[in-house]
Structure formats: C-alpha cells, structure tokens
Design a protein around this ligand. Structure first.
Ligand code: DGL
Length: 271
C-alpha cells in the first residue's frame, strides 16, 4: 500500500519533496486538485467536501496513510475526517495534517515568543494555528496575516516575476505593523516556500522563516516508527506517481518547474 500526499494544487509538492528525501523507500501517490484550486478562499463546507472526495479517491488508489499537505485542508477538514468519516470509510487507515508537526517545533524557533503566520484566508480565519499553539505553548502569541493573492501567483507561475514583489512586501508590511516583536514567521501554506526568495528579500533579517517540508517529513518518520501497524503495510519500491484533476499537460509543465525534474502524471476523475 502507498502513502498519499494531497494538496489543492502544486503546494504539496514542497512537502512531498522533503518526505521523499527523508523516506525514499516508500511508494507515494501525489494528488493535486488543480481543477478546483485555490481552496483558501472557499467556504469551510466546500473545503471539507472537496478534501473528503480526494481522500476517498486516494483510499481507492490503495493509500494506507494520507498526508493532507495543505494547511487549508488540514485546518478546515482534517478534524471532521478523522473524527466522523474515517471510521465509516476506512477504519484501519489514517489521515494526518501539516499543522501539528509545524506547531510542535514553534517554541524552539522564537525567543520573543511572538510568531507571525502567513496563510490563506481559510487557514487564518479557522484560527487553527492559534488553537494548536495555545494547547502546547500558551505563552506564545500568534499574529496572523492572510495572503489571498500568493497562491494564485504561484499556481499561475508568476511568483518569480517582478509583479510578485509588490504583493509579498504588502503582506509582510501588514504583518509587522500588527506586532513588531515577531522574531519568527510560519509559512502556513504549502505553496509559500516557492515565494521564499522574495519573502527573504523583504522580511527583516532577524526574523526566522519556518517552512514545513522538513518538519512534516520528520514527523512522518516518527509516526511510522511508532505505528508498525501502518508501516508494515506500506510497500517499499521507491516510486512516486502523480495525479491531477486538471489537464495533465498543464500539471506536468508546472510541477516539473517546482520539483526541478521532469515528471509524468495522470488525470484523475473524482466521482
Ligand atoms: N497549499 C494550500 C495550503 O497549504 C492551499 C492553497 C489554496 O488552495 O488556497 O493552504
């Protein structure tokens, strides 16, 4: 059986890359719901329904374990899927998110105990980061800024162009206006690592940037170690298959830029 990595579009590739680097032995299926991206500006109910549909598809494709490599889906759909749907649709399988592995490392990244969060409107409105951080580190203050334009810039491959600078700087300035003690900032959207060069350009140097790929990969390794009932079922032929709900040609050309290698993909129909 395989490990499924799901995102609304290309963003989850930043997570997949780090997971495959750390755990190359497993078989992976990546599913991007590119036809319906972005999720970040959609309602809670819609994000939940879309995510559930993709999770069911990945189970049909023989995934034992699924990582929602999407903060919006992790924030708005994960809890419902874990608590209400999993028991009904696949009681012996597992769905994990990207917020918890990130939150667990936050305390060691901040001296001022004030962290910034960049995320989609959905992630920011859900307050998932504030809630999870308060459970583990109640002394940390979270200041968030929704960046609704960043994902479309990336999905349309405009993120390296000059026009992107304006929108990156705008949201950094807005975040820092809210609280200047911030000394670390979470890129709480799996798309955002693709903007990291521009973020570094406008963010003061004393502010650390927390990206999720490595943290999620470490957390998955740890999870598989602690759960042999899942690990033993995962096949180990070092394969990665890519699926998209959009056109294959479009996915392959953009995904290849993000992964810096040529890949093949197949179209998937969600029923
Ligand atoms: N990559 C996603 C995230 O981490 C979602 C972006 C979107 O579809 O709006 O939030």
């Amino acid at each position: 059986m395989k490990i499924g990595i799901f995102d609304s579009g290309y963003g989850g590739l930043t997570i997949l890359e780090k997971i495959v680097e750390k755990l190359p032995q497993y078989d992976y299926i990546y599913l991007g719901d590119n036809a319906r991206t972005p999720y970040g500006s959609r309602s809670f109910e819609v994000v939940y329904q879309y995510t559930l549909q993709c999770v069911k598809k990945l189970f049909e494709m023989d995934c034992q374990l699924i990582i929602l490599a999407c903060n919006t889906a992790s924030a708005e759909a994960l809890r419902n899927i874990q608590q209400a749907d999993l028991q009904r649709i696949a009681p012996s399988r597992k769905v994990l998110g990207v917020i918890r592995p990130t939150v667990e490392k936050v305390d060691e990244m901040t001296a001022s105990k004030t962290v910034g969060l960049f995320g989609t409107s959905g992630t920011v409105q859900s307050k998932s980061y504030e809630i999870e951080i308060a459970k583990l580190f109640p002394h940390i203050t979270v200041v968030s800024e929704a960046c609704p334009i960043w994902v479309p810039l990336i999905e349309n491959n405009e993120h390296t162009k000059l026009g992107a600078d304006y929108f990156v700087k705008q949201h950094i300035d807005r975040l820092l206006e809210k609280k200047c003690e911030i000394d670390a900032v979470i890129l709480g959207c799996t798309h955002y690592p693709l903007l990291v060069k521009k973020i570094e350009k406008y963010l003061p140097q004393n502010i650390k940037i927390i990206t999720q790929g490595k943290l999620v990969a470490e957390s998955l390794e740890n999870y598989l170690f602690r759960h042999p009932e899942h690990e033993n079922l995962c096949t180990k032929n070092s394969t990665v298959e890519f699926f998209t709900t959009e056109s294959v040609e479009k996915f392959v050309s953009s995904a290849s830029i993000f992964l810096k290698q040529k890949i093949q993909a197949k179209k998937v129909f969600l029923g």
